[in-house]
Ligand binder design. Structure first.
Ligand SMILES: Cc1cc2nc3c(=O)[nH]c(=O)nc-3n(C[C@H](O)[C@H](O)[C@H](O)COP(=O)(O)OP(=O)(O)OC[C@H]3O[C@@H](n4cnc5c(N)ncnc54)[C@H](O)[C@@H]3O)c2cc1C
Length: 438
């Protein structure tokens, strides 16, 4: 069983399929092609998650190109098949095809069972057998398609194989002051059960960054410490707006995975190609101010500082900070997406890059480009008590108006003046958009 993004024992059909074949070697390969570009928070979280998995499953760890390592590991234990959950990302697909071929040459079969999604990409299609390009019809067809019930627990009599030589899990040194969530299947299950008690309030609370109203399940889902099928099965028995809204958010995750599967180029390039011809500014000191949370726009700075402090940012603020970079600073979304992936523990190519494209106006189902977020009024609307701004920009805790401090207050507490004039930049963004609209 080659684990990748499925670091759990429960509801893990690929693991059950492996065990039904006989004694199983649980394997994880530290792949430099994935490890190197991951930021420190994600590396650290992955190692913690593997350590947690090892409490239940004796995972052997190797380092190197999976094409070589998986074949060598399978040969060492005399395996006739290697079991995985299918990966639908652009890199994962290429890697798995190469591994499959190398295994085949060695007389070993690669068996794909399940995926990180309730409904795997490419399954939800319209009446003409085409993928959906817009979320709402996708989500309806996705719900109508349905999903399997969760698979069972790990059997008590599971028998394991080991490799002779494995590598130690590396220790990852995190920057000072960063505080990551607890990793692992039991942390995921506990967090999910705790959230279920708050589900009734989710619909109201989810847009308020100053309230702990969302589930914080994204990193657990990213590493497969819990499967969305398990989550959907728990939601199925519950009525009310909270459950319906939450199911819809899971559908967004599945939609973006599907879009990325259909258009792997959209991980880097504009989904709506006309946006590639828009005029953008070269990234300069303003990009650094944005990254460091020093733009002088409190809600933007709060979000960017939250990201660096805990490897997570509230969804509403992801939209506000992303919009600010693209529409106020006129920097291309890819620069921001890269920074997010560097710091987010839940950093996921499909959800992140399509979240960015959505905000930039160039994505599927995108917010119309001309709807430019005003960071100050967004702050006032979604963080009315300024609890969020005060938490992450503590120098503003005692000023009269934390969402729009006076120049005098800014000077007094050492908080910067706004790096741009939002009104002027909004107009500039609209002018640049008008130029590509023709
Ligand atoms: C610019 C931008 C970048 C983003 N980058 C990522 C990313 O790298 N990884 C990631 O998992 N999510 C990303 N999101 C989506 C969303 O912000 C996070 O999933 C959410 O904030 C995670 O917190 P939560 O688990 O408490 O969310 P909840 O509100 O509790 O949502 C439950 C689950 O639904 C899914 N979900 C919710 N909203 C979205 C969405 N808009 N798109 C896709 N899935 C969603 C997530 O799996 C989430 O864990 C991004 C959004 C934007 C606007």
């Amino acid at each position: 069983m080659w684990f990748r993004r499925d670091l759990r024992t429960a509801d893990n059909p690929a693991l059950l399929a492996a065990l039904s074949d006989g004694p199983t070697l649980p394997l994880f390969v530290l792949d430099p092609a994935l490890w190197e570009p991951s930021g420190l928070p994600r590396r650290s979280y992955l190692v913690d998650s593997l350590r947690a998995l090892r409490r239940d499953v004796p995972v052997s760890v190797l380092r190197g190109d999976p094409v070589r390592q998986v074949v060598l590991a399978a040969q060492e234990v005399g395996a006739t098949s290697v079991h995985v959950a299918a990966d639908y990302g652009p890199y994962g697909r290429r890697r798995d095809e190469a591994v499959e071929e190398a295994l085949r040459d060695a007389g070993i079969e690669l068996v794909r069972t399940g995926s990180p999604y309730a409904v795997a990409p490419d399954r939800v299609v319209n009446g003409s057998d085409q993928p959906y390009k817009v979320f709402t019809p996708f989500s309806k067809a996705w719900a109508a398609h349905g999903w399997r019930d969760p698979a069972g627990a790990l059997p008590g009599d599971a028998r394991w194989r080991h490799l002779k030589d494995t590598v130690d899990l590396p220790d990852v040194d995190l920057p000072d002051g960063i505080d990551l969530p607890e990793a692992g299947e039991s942390a995921a299950t506990d967090a999910w059960h705790e959230f279920l008690d708050k589900l009734a309030d989710y619909d109201d609370a989810r847009d308020k960054p100053g309230v702990a109203g969302t589930s914080r399940m994204s990193h657990h889902l990213k590493y497969g410490e819990i499967h969305p099928r398990t989550i959907l099965a728990d939601l199925a028995g519950r009525q009310g707006k909270g459950a319906a809204t939450y199911r819809n958010e899971i559908a967004w995750r599945e939609f973006y995975a599907d879009v990325l599967f259909q258009r792997p180029d959209s991980a880097r390039d504009y989904l709506r190609t006309e946006f590639a011809t828009m005029q953008y500014d070269d990234p300069g000191p303003d990009l650094d101010a944005w990254k460091d949370g020093r733009t002088g726009f409190p809600i933007v700075d709060a979000g960017m500082r939250q990201l660096r402090s805990i490897g997570w940012m509230h969804n509403r603020v992801r939209m506000i900070t992303a919009s600010f970079l693209v529409k106020d600073l006129h920097v291309e979304w890819q620069h921001g997406a890269r920074h997010f992936l560097q710091w987010l523990v839940d950093g996921d190519l499909a959800s992140n890059n399509h979240g960015w494209q959505w905000t930039a106006g160039s994505g599927t189902d995108a917010a119309p480009y001309f709807r430019v977020f005003n960071p100050t009024s967004q702050g006032r609307k979604f963080d009315p008590s300024a609890a969020y701004v005060k938490q992450w920009v503590p120098e503003l805790a005692d000023v009269d108006d934390p969402h729009e401090p006076s120049s005098e207050d800014r000077k007094k507490v050492g908080y910067p003046e706004p790096v741009v004039d939002h009104k002027a930049e909004r107009q500039e963004a609209l002018d640049r958009y008008a130029a590509i609209k023709g």
